[in-house]
Design a protein around this ligand. Structure first.
Ligand code: NAD
Length: 450
């Protein structure tokens, strides 16, 4: 059996491993352990069967989920996706990571996530609309502007959010319901900058880390070579923004494959080709790649912006990037994380670098509650401030944890003599520590009722 076959890629297990790596670094271990277990567990899991009349008249029953992970710091917040692989464990892990993202960026939300198990490529626009409306209707008051606020994710878009808002609003007439979902079109209460927010957040994080000297192999973004897996909301916008920041985009990919040009791709041509043919594959003058090969090209910055579990034990040793910045959620398995660490390739974790979307979703929600519309520059600058601040917190935390590693190991061995002590923390572990400390502080002030 190969190493890959033995690798556990269950996302809920992965989220737990990442959390467990952080727990020994949180202070007051005696009082903390029980609270940590509570904070990690999802608050509520909603599962709905959705009968939908397909274009051919067949009634297909789709399975949908919404997981509310945590409301300690505010209402639930997180996207919903359309994908065949959607299941309870996946949605729960994604909801958990949303809690950490909101805490790290210091926005007053907890975590949530949703999804419908379906193949978006096989659905017409009408079928997608009917699935969306039935999903939102079935969730009923499990979502709401002050309880749980969905947003777009994989294969859902601002159009999906417009249908979601319209459905909820028809069911709650007579109120301002704009804050029930974010990522809406501009003329349906959307925010400036939301469409590009995830990618912009990725750029702000890396820009700040370079400025801080936190990535030894990179002293500037100018002229850096960037490879990106995924050419949707996160990946395509990242390509454009990194190019505008002076980087060369050497490779991009989508489900059908990838294209590579070590001299730098002509992005305008790639975008035009994607719009005309539905894929980036076959742009003339470029080398064709298999979908996963994009992760292995020589480059300075690698941005996985497609799906989870893309870098595993099967390919981690072949990654040639100087740094990986996660735009997708969960693209790297824990074992691959360890291999990359051994190979000296730092990973900027999703819970930090992929949080620009939720930050601008928060801005959209604030605008919706106040019936306001902020100018693009205001959104941009506020996002920069949030992302820089979050980056500073994670980088500084990691340095402090490393400085005090012996202390944490000693403390842990007193409380848990039989379990392995904390290891030298990665940026991912430091980000989790930042999040857990914030959730724990809120928990200790609020107390546990009754
Ligand atoms: P999207 O639907 O807009 O685009 C997905 C892209 O990934 C498409 O180009 C698709 O062809 C490509 N893709 C899918 N599977 C692939 C594979 N196996 N190999 C190569 N390419 C593949 O989705 P998105 O919103 O850009 O989301 C991408 C990732 O970013 C997801 O992990 C999502 O959870 C994460 N994310 C999105 C947001 C957001 O605001 N949209 C925010 C944070 C994180």
């Amino acid at each position: 059996m190969s190493a890959t076959a033995l690798e556990d890629l269950n996302l809920a297990h992965i989220a737990k491993q990442q959390f467990d790596a952080a727990v020994p670094f949180t202070s007051d271990l005696e009082g903390w352990r029980g609270v940590a277990e509570w904070i990690f567990k999802p608050e509520k899991i909603t599962k709905v069967n959705l009968p939908v009349v397909m274009d051919d008249g067949y009634v297909h029953t789709f399975l949908g989920y919404r997981v509310l992970h945590d409301t300690l710091r505010g209402p639930g917040k997180g996207g919903f996706r359309f994908h065949p692989m959607v299941d309870e464990d996946e949605v729960t892990a994604l909801a958990t990571w949303m809690t950490w993202k909101c805490a790290i960026t210091d926005i007053p939300f907890g975590g949530a996530k949703g999804g419908v198990a379906c193949d978006p490529h096989a659905l017409s626009a009408g079928e997608k609309e009917r699935i969306t409306r039935r999903y939102i209707a079935a969730l009923g008051d499990a979502i709401g502007p002050h309880s749980d606020v969905p947003a777009p994710d994989l294969y859902t878009s601002e159009q999906t959010m417009a249908w979601a808002y319209d459905t909820y609003s028809m069911m709650h007439a007579g109120a301002n319901n704009l804050g029930v979902v974010t990522g809406k079109p501009l003329h349906v209460g959307g925010s400036e900058g939301r469409a590009t927010a995830t990618a912009q957040g990725v750029l702000f994080v890396i820009e700040r880390m370079v400025e801080m000297g936190a990535i030894p192999a990179l002293s500037t973004l100018e002229g850096t070579e960037v490879a990106i897996q995924g050419f949707g909301n996160a990946g395509r916008n990242a390509a454009k923004l990194f190019r505008a920041a002076g980087a060369e985009i050497v490779a991009v990919s989508d489900t059908k494959g990838g294209v590579y040009d070590p001299a730098g791709l002509d992005l305008t041509r790639v975008e035009q080709h994607k719009d005309e043919t539905g894929s980036v594959v076959d742009v003339s003058g470029t080398k064709e790649l298999d979908p996963l090969e994009v992760l292995e090209v020589p480059c300075d910055i690698l941005i996985p912006a497609a799906m989870e579990s893309q870098i595993t034990t099967a390919n981690a040793n072949r990654v040639q990037a100087k740094v990986i910045v996660e735009a997708a959620n969960g693209p790297i398995s824990p074992q691959a994380d360890a291999i990359l660490g051994d190979n000296g390739i730092p990973v900027v974790p999703d819970v930090l670098s992929a949080s620009g979307g939720v930050v601008v979703s928060y801005f959209e929600w604030v605008q919706n509650l106040a019936n306001e519309h902020w100018p693009a520059l205001q959104v941009h600058e506020r996002l920069r401030e949030k992302m820089y601040h979050a980056t500073d917190a994670v980088v500084t935390k990691r340095a402090a944890l490393i400085d005090n590693l012996e202390h944490y190991q000693e403390q842990w061995s007193k409380v848990q003599p039989d379990s392995p002590g904390p290891e030298r923390p990665t940026l991912r572990t430091a980000a989790h520590v930042v999040a857990l400390e914030k959730c724990r502080q809120t928990a200790s002030h609020r107390g546990i009722w009754p």
